[in-house]
Design a protein around this ligand. Structure first.
Ligand code: ZN
Length: 95
């Protein structure tokens, strides 16, 4: 017996953000492409590179890195920084 069409899932285009595990690509004011990943709840404290204030564990924030460096992608990944979401938005707005 065939299942009713009513129960089939509607077609959805691939969501790039979901496909990349929630990573967005954003271009910084230096023209470099950054990868930005939202961290809904951090495991530990970080220091935001923009305002030098603490990002307490458990706070929603973003981690930002670029794979476009003179020393290669791994260097960029290793140099990733945790930012307050609002600080990153403000930084990007200065582009
Ligand atoms: Zn900050």
């Amino acid at each position: 017996m065939r299942r009713s069409k009513k129960h089939s899932r509607p077609f959805r285009p691939i969501d790039e953000r979901a496909a990349m595990g929630g990573v967005r690509r954003e271009t910084g004011r230096d023209g470099v492409e950054y990868k930005v990943r939202r961290i809904p709840s951090g495991a530990k404290d970080y220091v935001c590179p923009d305002c030098n204030q603490r990002i307490p564990a458990g706070q929603d924030h973003v981690v930002v890195w670029t794979e476009d460096t003179l020393w290669g992608a791994q260097y960029g990944i290793d140099s990733r920084r945790h930012w307050h979401s609002s600080c990153w938005r403000r930084y990007r707005a200065r582009v």
